[in-house]
Write a protein that binds this ligand. Structure first.
Ligand SMILES: Cc1cc2nc3c(=O)[nH]c(=O)nc-3n(C[C@H](O)[C@H](O)[C@H](O)COP(=O)(O)OP(=O)(O)OC[C@H]3O[C@@H](n4cnc5c(N)ncnc54)[C@H](O)[C@@H]3O)c2cc1C
Length: 420
């Protein structure tokens, strides 16, 4: 480990420069195998342990160097390609993910299939060497700039729902794929609806085999939880998104860092709004800091924030040691959603009628109002609170598994809308 640290440190000292373009830096990292050190050699990695990747990320952070490309393709697509892909697929995709030439999106959720992903109805029908895809996905983060998508589609309606799904890596830039951004109530548009009308994907783009995509989907979700669990761990500076369409690859890093800093300031203000210190200051500003019930709720928030911090540290340690994410990730995620709701309710109560005002002139410069409009996303993304409770109930408390009466019924015999 000490060797990895020393070697990575001296390589970063020799090669890192904010005068490079983002694409050139990511290319250099991948070429040297430092982009994802636990990925195989030749694909942007060195075949090291996952813990070595943590060490390299710490070194990047210490040098204030830009982090390797981040995104759903790098977090989930690369790892499942390593686990399930053929050599040709690894050659085609891994290097382009490692050096950031490609960014991928996750085409899982549908209007009738979110928590119950196995009910996906988007279908793919084989036509010689290709499959023809029709249907709709929703909530697809980053679809607008994605090069490819990780698509779960129904290929065998005669089989029970978990056994008739296939996992494709589909090109997003083609006539049969229409992307419609969804405007959110907080003003952003980070996710999209994606419509497939006779879109084409090659037979050689299947990961894991025809009708056995469920296993690949489950592995993808495990990598997603692992990625969410290790958020906030030390890493290099984030400065731009992967993929040609994001438009960052040819730009000098210096320029991107300045732009990212602005976004980070806004994000940090949003995150700070959930903290007890920011709410205490708000109570002082609004003349409510002598109110005993408000004081009690601020202290309650402080205690819960500390407990949450320790749980998140346990979840992160598991991810960094390369262990599969355990129930601590679900506990941390659930606690974080609950904290967010409490912070929203308390800050909006302190604000009173001012809670309806946005903008820099409003109390707290609008950050509590913005937080109030955004905080519920964490109760849904990456598995809802109820699903986390199910996981905790089954894996921590040892409660019986949810009954699944439709597990062995052919998908085509299930009623639309009652499919579970
Ligand atoms: C910010 C954000 C980003 C996202 N990005 C993506 C993305 O990039 N790609 C993608 O594919 N999806 C994405 N999603 C979608 C996300 O995965 C789904 O919204 C989530 O899985 C819930 O599915 P659903 O919205 O269909 O709700 P449903 O599954 O329909 O759930 C509705 C309600 O029923 C409850 N419920 C459902 N099943 C059970 C059960 N078994 N036991 C108890 N309660 C239950 C749920 O908790 C919820 O309260 C994103 C969501 C958000 C908020």
């Amino acid at each position: 480990m000490a060797d990895v640290r020393t070697e990575a440190r001296s390589w970063i000292q020799e090669n890192w420069s904010p005068d490079l373009t983002l694409g050139a830096w990511w290319e250099a990292l991948a070429m040297a195998g430092w982009a994802f050190p636990h990925w195989p050699k030749g694909y942007g990695g060195r075949g090291l342990e996952r813990d070595d990747t943590r060490v390299v990320n710490e070194e990047l952070a210490a040098a204030k160097a830009v982090a390797p490309p981040g995104g759903l393709g790098q977090m989930m697509g690369g790892p499942v390609t390593i686990d399930f892909g053929t050599d040709d697929q690894k050659d085609a995709w891994l290097r382009a993910l490692a050096d950031g030439r490609e960014g991928w999106c996750q085409l899982f959720s549908e209007p009738g299939a979110g928590s119950d992903l196995a009910s996906a109805q988007t279908k793919a029908v084989r036509d010689g060497d290709v499959w023809v895809v029709n249907g709709q996905k929703v909530w697809t983060s980053g679809a607008v700039t994605a090069t490819r998508g990780m698509l779960v589609a129904r290929t065998n309606p005669d089989a029970p729902k978990h056994r008739g799904l296939t996992y494709f890596i589909i090109d997003m830039d083609q006539p049969g794929v229409e992307i419609r951004p969804l405007k959110q109530m907080n003003g952003g548009a980070s996710f999209n609806e994606v419509f497939f009308s006779d879109a084409i994907v090659g037979h050689d783009r299947i990961l894991g085999g025809v009708d056995t995509g469920w296993q690949v989907a489950v592995a993808t979700l495990a990598y997603e939880r692992q990625g969410l669990g290790s958020r906030g761990a030390p890493g290099g500076v984030m400065a731009g998104s992967p993929g040609e369409k994001a438009g960052h690859l040819d730009r000098p890093i210096r320029e991107l860092i300045a732009a990212a800093q602005k976004e980070r300031n806004a994000a940090e203000r949003g995150a700070a709004a959930r903290g007890p210190n920011a709410i205490r200051r708000l109570a002082e500003e609004m003349g409510r800091s002598d109110d005993p019930t408000i004081r009690q709720r601020i202290v309650d928030l402080h205690i819960r924030t500390e407990v949450m911090r320790y749980t998140a540290l346990r979840a992160r340690a598991a991810a960094q040691q390369g262990r599969q994410p355990g129930p601590e990730v679900s506990i941390a995620k659930l606690a974080s959603s609950e904290l967010g709701r409490r912070a929203r309710d308390l800050s909006l109560e302190i604000l009173g009628a001012y809670g309806t005002l946005m903008g820099d002139d409003s109390p707290g410069e609008g950050m509590f109002q913005q937080m109030g409009l955004s905080v519920h996303a964490s109760s849904i993304a990456g598995g809802t609170d109820e699903i986390q409770r199910n996981i905790i109930g089954e894996r921590v408390l040892g409660l019986p598994k949810e009954p699944q009466v439709d597990r062995d019924v052919p998908f085509k015999e299930l009623q639309v809308g009652t499919r579970r």
